[in-house]
Design a binder for this molecule. Structure first.
Ligand SMILES: Cc1cc2nc3c(=O)[nH]c(=O)nc-3n(C[C@H](O)[C@H](O)[C@H](O)COP(=O)(O)OP(=O)(O)OC[C@H]3O[C@@H](n4cnc5c(N)ncnc54)[C@H](O)[C@@H]3O)c2cc1C
Length: 528
């Protein structure tokens, strides 16, 4: 049995939800969205502080484990991915960062013509809303600064102490610290599913199938004709009259291409997969952000005072349920921004400041009773590139992830410069006064070599894998053309974070949604 649609979207994540909205605006289109995960109606998905639980909850995430990473002292790191309606936008930390203008100018320079900052800026503006009520088809960006914990203002005073600008809006391209803007509305996460998919479903032209895992794209005569997927123990097929569009994210989109016979020829042959299109770069070019955190106990109250005891958690829970306000109603990354390290011509480090001490134990997040805070730094534009490769022809097996972290000297130097920035912030008069003692490694006692060693030993992913099916005009060096069409295979596109030519400087949800919004315009233009 099979059914016919105009477009088949694989994955209802950040990009898939935007596409479902934009493509279904045309009343002629019937669209099928196949999502491997289930419903997003989970308490911890909706509660902003619930991020701490959501992204480690196996009911709504799949925890991919990297291969041993030499740059990170041989460690294997968990890379959670949202396996739920909304994808990673349903489990992420909700910081809304567009990226910096030069990120997109670099995209254009890498062959993604039309993706320069001057072009994508207008796409962002059309995508975002700050209106009191969320507009269907737009992402709600909230300024929650008045609800942030009072201790978070200390981070901004600390920035001022050391001459870093304090910004009202972190999305202007300027360097400085400020309160993060968040994809939250009225105390609830406002995921891509809330902003885009639900309004699209309401039109009646989009069919969403959950727990529907695509096994492969069916390629006939050099063109994508449909997909085979598994749902509730059955194998099903759906046909696409116009296009199949992969939106399965930077780990699973290249996996699905490889399973479908599009990818490095030798790899596919080694797994007995018939090669339809020997595109060597499928899965290659992987980039991610890494960051390291330093914890301090503090004299003034921080979120630990409210959340470090059972009674405090109970009170916060009641406040949240009654009024959608309080500690649970705001994300934990409260203050941050882009900073240029010494000698850098442009911002090269993203900072995160959290007014709470917490760690992860076997049962999930653990919040201490004692007041404390965390400073964290992430180099913005790593140059190392890794790879995603299938390790078996079975769609149920997770692909291998080789991050190849810190494999360039430039990346090692950027880690040291990021550590020095955190040292300056920690030495500010405000944080010196507020702090009792370091918890864990003493940031202020580390020299350059020790900063790098500590990063290798403790840094982890910021959950931003991208670039594994990147745009570029040369099929020998890229997977997609600048209209996101797979080189050498017709009627097939990849529209998600895999398509980035290079990782953007900040968090990747906003650029992914922007990419999907512009992709939709290109798709509609090409199919007119
Ligand atoms: C824990 C965490 C925290 C983050 N915090 C932030 C943040 O604060 N701010 C920010 O900007 N970014 C953040 N990010 C990153 C951001 O959310 C992602 O970059 C973005 O959501 C990626 O969107 P995507 O469309 O590429 O993929 P996804 O949103 O991952 O969507 C892919 C979808 O495809 C589905 N899928 C996969 N395989 C198949 C298959 N075989 N068949 C059918 N469906 C399939 C998945 O279930 C998923 O729903 C975070 C990510 C994580 C994981």
């Amino acid at each position: 049995m099979s059914e016919d649609y105009d477009y088949i979207l694989i994955g209802a994540g950040s990009a898939g939800c935007v596409l479902a909205d934009r493509l279904s605006a045309d009343p002629r289109h019937r669209i099928l969205v196949l999502e491997a995960g289930g419903s997003d109606r989970h308490f911890w998905v909706k509660v902003p502080l619930g991020y701490a639980f959501a992204h480690v909850d196996p009911r709504i995430t799949v925890s991919c484990l990297t291969e041993s990473d030499q740059g990170l002292a041989g460690r294997r790191i968990a890379w959670p991915r949202g396996r739920v309606v909304g994808g990673c936008s349903s489990i992420n930390a909700m910081a809304y960062m567009r990226g910096l203008p030069f990120d997109f100018d670099d995209w254009a320079q890498a062959g993604a013509t039309g993706w320069d900052w001057a072009s994508v800026r207008a796409v962002y503006e059309a995508l975002e809303t700050k209106d009191a009520r969320p507009q269907p088809g737009a992402v709600r960006i909230s300024d929650l600064s008045r609800q942030m914990h009072p201790f978070s203002a200390s981070f901004l005073r600390a920035a001022q102490d050391i001459g870093w600008p304090v910004l009202d809006d972190l999305n202007t391209g300027a360097a400085g610290l400020g309160y993060y803007r968040s994809t939250v509305w009225q105390g609830r996460r406002w995921s891509a599913a809330d902003a885009f998919l639900r309004p699209a479903l309401a039109r009646g032209r989009v069919r969403l199938e959950t727990r529907a895992k695509v096994a492969r794209i069916e390629i006939e005569n050099g063109a994508a004709r449909g997909v085979t997927y598994r749902q509730h123990g059955r194998t099903l097929r759906a046909n696409a009259r116009r296009e199949v569009i992969l939106c399965a994210g930077a780990i699973h989109s290249p996996q699905i291409l490889q399973l479908s016979g599009i990818g490095p020829g030798a790899l596919l042959q080694a797994h007995g997969i018939a090669v339809h299109n020997p595109l060597s770069e499928v899965g290659r070019g992987l980039q991610d952000h890494l960051a390291v955190s330093y914890s301090f106990s503090a004299h003034p109250d921080t979120l630990n005072t409210a959340l470090g005891t059972r009674l405090g958690r109970l009170k916060s829970g009641v406040q949240y349920l009654a009024t959608r306000t309080g500690p649970l109603a705001v994300p934990v990354n409260q203050v941050g921004g882009y900073i240029a390290s010494d000698g850098a011509l442009r911002p090269d480090t993203q900072i995160y400041c959290n007014p709470m001490l917490y760690s992860y134990g076997p049962k999930g997040p653990e919040v201490t009773r004692a007041s404390g805070y965390i400073l964290c730094a992430q180099p913005c534009r790593p140059t190392s590139r890794g790879e995603i490769r299938i390790t078996s022809p079975a769609p149920g097996d997770e692909p291998g992830i080789w991050p190849n972290s810190l494999s360039t000297e430039a990346d090692c130097q950027s880690v040291i410069r990021a550590g020095r920035l955190l040292q300056r912030l920690a030495r500010s008069a405000t944080l010196t006064q507020a702090s009792r003692a370091p918890i864990g490694p003493d940031l202020l006692s580390l020299d350059d070599d020790m900063l790098l060693d500590d990063f290798r030993a403790r840094a982890s992913t910021v959950f931003h894998p991208s670039c594994t099916c990147r745009m570029g005009d040369d099929p020998a060096r890229a997977v997609l053309d600048a209209r996101l069409r797979v080189h050498g295979t017709d009627r097939l596109r990849v529209v998600d974070a895999s398509a980035f030519p290079n990782i953007t400087s900040g968090n990747t949800n906003a650029p992914t949604m922007m990419l999907a919004a512009r992709a939709a315009a290109l798709i509609l233009e090409d199919n007119r």
